[in-house]
Structure formats: C-alpha cells, structure tokens
Design a binder for this molecule. Sequence first.
Ligand SMILES: Nc1ncnc2c1ncn2[C@@H]1O[C@H](COP(=O)(O)OP(=O)(O)OP(=O)(O)O)[C@@H](O)[C@H]1O
Length: 246
Amino acid sequence: MVSIRVENLRLTYRLHDKLSLAPNRPRMPTGGRLEGEGRKRSVTALDGVSFKLQAGDRLGLVGPNGAGKTTLLKVLYGIYAPTSGTVEIDGRVDALFNINLGFRREATGRRNIVLRGLINGWSMEQIEARMEEIIAFSELGDFIDMPFKTYSQGMAARLAFSIATAMEPEILLMDEWIGAGDARFQEKAKARTAQLARQAGIIVLASHSRALLAKTCNKILTLEGGTARPLQSVEEWQAAMDEAAE
Ligand SMILES: Nc1ncnc2c1ncn2[C@@H]1O[C@H](COP(=O)(O)OP(=O)(O)OP(=O)(O)O)[C@@H](O)[C@H]1O
C-alpha cells in the first residue's frame, strides 16, 4: 500500500564559507533558522515536522518563501537525508520540481524521452511502446525532434510532465511547474494528476497558488520557518484563510 510517514523530521543545511550568507551580505528577510558563526553556520530548514499520507492523498505544501517546502520535497525524494527524525515511504517516487533538471539541452525532445526512460530502468522496447503516447500528451508535434534548449518554459514543462506521468509513479512530488504550461495544458495536467491520485497514488504539491491548491489537493500542510502546523483538510484551510482575510 502506498504511504508516506514523516516523524519529527529535522533538516539542517551546513553552510560553507563560499556558500553565501557571509556576514557582509544583507540579512535574510525570511527563511529557516540561521545558527552558528563562520564555517559552522547552518540553517535549520525543517524542524519537528510530522505527518502521514495514504493512498489517494493529494497534499498541498504552503508557506512563505524559505518556509521549507522545497526542502521537504527534496527529503521525500531522497536528495537529502534527514538530519534527524524518520521518513518512511512505500511506493515508487518521481519528482517534477525543476522542469529542466535531468534533461540534456543539446538532445532533442525524443532523445530526452529515451534517456529519461533508460534512467528509469525501462528497456528500449518499453520506451518505444510509450514514446508515441508521451509525444501525443505533450502536444509538441514536430518540435519533439528539435533540441531541448530551443523549447520555451511551457514546452519544457509539457515534456517533463508527460514523461514523469508516463512513468506511472505511485508518488509524484511537484512544485509550481504547472504554472509554466498554458491554461489548456494545465487543465489536462490537472486531470491526469487527479487520475494518478485516484489510482491509489499520492501527490505532494508545493505552491503559492490558492486556486491551484484548492483544485488539486485534499490536504494542506502549512510550513513556517521550518515548522509545520497540524495537517488540515483543504476545506479547513480555505475556511481559515477566508476568516483571516475578514
Ligand atoms: N542548498 C541550500 N543550502 C543552504 N540553505 C538552503 C539551501 N536550500 C535552502 N536553504 C535554506 O533553507 C530554508 C528553506 O528553503 P526552501 O527552499 O525549502 O523554502 P521554500 O519554502 O521552498 O521557499 P520558496 O517559496 O521561496 O520556494 C531557507 O532558509 C533557505 O535559505
């Protein structure tokens, strides 16, 4: 059964001197908790975060800039190991948080589909079998044989989304990539995302767009300076937002 279980998660970035935040730079107006001095400086981007998700859940991650949303996605994807706490994931995970990540700029869209498929462990036969469906969903037409570097952000987003969802992930992690597609593609992508969640998958989407979150998610996790509020249903979150606005 697909599930995510996060228990008391803490993630601290250790900052080397060359990694910015030197004392003569402007103070960070927002973000995680800065600690230490000089080479021992660190940022605690997530602290004491706990939540559980089950099959069919579509979680929205919300919070101001630097709240820890992207860091949480990266921990769920396994890019960063927790500094402390536990993350237990059951299910095949794929991520779409940087549209250009993992694409060869010089290679065509078609070649990039092959490369991504191979990285995902598909055989050439499996790639061939999915190729036309991926191209059709992306609606890139003849541009599929143009180098990736010639694509607009929206075109790159179409290809990235089409490949990632063709890989049939059980858990899909996303940030606001969807904003790069035009309105029609966004509708199509939303339908496919909902279908994926219905097929007993889990979606985690970090976004600043209330409309997108309301349409896509059933649960909301609000992060602030790296700490999380208790999980809310999307209805509770909307009601709280409306109340705060009054
Ligand atoms: N690679 C890194 N090295 C050091 N600190 C980092 C790194 N990535 C993020 N941080 C810090 O961790 C904190 C959380 O950042 P994160 O990118 O997770 O926020 P976010 O909620 O996704 O923000 P945004 O809405 O702006 O995308 C910030 O204080 C940021 O400065």
